[in-house]
Design a protein around this ligand. Structure first.
Ligand SMILES: [Fe+2]
Length: 335
C-alpha cells in the first residue's frame, strides 16, 4: 500500500488548505512557550572548533529561543556526529546563551549520540541534573525521563544502548517503556502531554523508526504505543533523525488509533530527501526540505500553537540568519 510522490504532494496541498489556521498575537500575556531543536550533528569530532556539532547553528537558534523567551528547550537527539566526551562538552558549551537566560535544556539521545557504551557516562557528564523521574529499568534513570511544567507533561525516550550493568548494555524498546509511559500519562498531574524521542513513528528518508528497522516492524508494539498515546490525550509525538521538517498523522497498523507526528527539521548542514515509499496509513500535512529550522510550541490554556521557523542553510561561519515562519497550526486540548 504505497503511493507516489505526486499523490504525496497532492495530499500536502489539500491538507494545507484546511490546516493552516491564522495565528493570533504571539505574546499573549498568559501564554508560555518551549522550544525544540532538532539534530545538530555535523563534521567530525576531531574537527575543531565544531567537534561534531553545528556550533554556529546552535548559537543562532539559541539566540531565537532567548528572543522568544521560551521557558525551556528540548533537543530530539543526534546532538553530535559521534558520541565522545569532547563532542558532548562542545555541544553543551554552546548552550551558554540558554544558561545565561535561565532556560533549561532537556536533551534525549539519538543514534549518533550512542556509538558505544561509554557514551552514556559522557552524555551524563555534559548534561548533568536531568530529571530522574524515569522507568524502573536498570540504567534508564535520567536518560529516559519525564517532567511537568505549567500543566504540561513531557516524556523523553532514550531507545539506545544504556548501561544496565551488563557488558554490552541494553537498548530498551517502546514495549519496555510502555507500562511506565501509560502510568505517567494516567496521572492526574497534567493538562496536556507530549512524547519525544529521536527516531520517528514513520520516517520520510529513514525507514528505521522507533519500533524497529522498517515500517512493518513490530506491528503489535506500534498498535500498543500509538493507541496508548491517543487514548491518553497525546496529540503529537515529536522526533528528529530525518533532517527535514515533516508533519503528518500516523495510524497504527490495525487502523484503530492515530496521532500526529512532527519531525522537527535539521539544525545542521545535513539534509535528507524523502524516500519514495510511503504508507497509506500516514497522512502528510506539511513538509519542508533543505532548510535549517526549529520549533516553538506556545501554550495558552487549552490552546497550543505550534510554529516551525526556518532559514537558508549555513554553518561554517557565525551568522545572524533571517528566520521565516513556515508552518503554524493550533491544537485545542480537550482532555
Ligand atoms: Fe539519527
Amino acid at each position: 500500500m504505497q503511493y507516489t510522490r505526486r499523490d504525496f504532494l497532492c495530499l500536502i496541498a489539500a491538507a494545507l488548505v484546511v490546516s493552516l489556521i491564522p495565528v493570533g498575537s504571539a505574546e499573549e500575556k498568559s501564554s508560555w512557550s518551549f522550544g525544540v531543536i532538532p539534530d545538530t550533528q555535523w563534521k567530525n569530532e576531531m574537527d575543531a572548533p565544531f567537534h561534531g556539532t553545528a556550533i554556529h547553528i546552535i548559537d543562532a537558534i539559541n539566540a531565537e529561543f532567548v528572543r522568544h523567551k521560551v521557558d525551556f528547550v528540548i533537543a530530539v537527539g543526534d546532538l553530535v556526529e559521534t558520541s565522545s566526551a569532547v563532542a558532548f562538552q562542545t555541544r553543551a558549551a554552546h548552550n551558554k546563551a540558554l544558561d545565561e537566560a535561565g532556560i533549561k535544556f532537556y536533551p534525549v539521545r539519538g543514534n549518533h549520540d550512542a556509538v558505544d557504551l561509554e557514551a552514556v557516562a559522557q552524555f551524563r557528564a555534559a548534561f548533568p541534573g536531568l530529571p530522574t523521574n524515569s522507568p524502573d529499568l536498570p540504567g534508564a534513570k535520567g536518560m529516559t525521563y519525564t517532567f511537568n511544567h505549567k500543566g504540561g507533561k513531557f516524556i523523553l525516550l532514550d531507545t539506545f544502548r544504556l548501561d544496565d550493568g551488563s557488558q554490552r548494555g541494553k537498548a530498551y524498546t517502546v514495549d519496555d517503556y510502555l507500562p511506565w509511559i501509560e502510568s505517567e500519562l494516567k496521572k492526574d498531574d497534567h493538562h496536556f502531554s507530549f512524547v519525544f524521542a529521536h527516531k520517528n513513528l514513520q520516517g520520510q528518508n529513514h525507514k528505521d523508526n522507533i519500533f524497529g528497522a522498517d515500517a512493518d516492524s513490530n506491528p503489535e508494539m506500534q498498535n500498543a504505543f500509538i493507541s496508548c498515546l491517543q487514548k491518553n490525550g497525546v496529540r503529537y509525538y515529536m522526533s528528529g533523525h530525518d533532517h527535514m521538517y515533516h508533519r503528518s498523522l500516523v495510524k497504527n497498523p490495525d487502523g484503530k488509533s492515530e496521532i500526529g507526528q512532527i519531525i522537527c527539521g535539521s539544525a545542521a548542514h545535513k539534509f535528507y530527501l524523502p524516500d519514495m515509499s510511503f504508507l497509506k496509513r500516514e497522512t502528510p500535512i506539511k513538509q519542508e526540505l533543505n532548510r535549517i529550522g526549529f520549533v516553538i510550541v506556545r501554550v495558552d490554556g487549552d490552546r497550543i500553537r505550534f510554529e516551525y521557523y526556518s532559514t537558508e542553510p549555513f554553518g561554517a561561519e557565525p551568522k545572524t540568519p533571517t528566520w521565516e515562519l513556515r508552518d503554524s497550526f493550533l491544537v485545542e486540548i480537550d482532555k
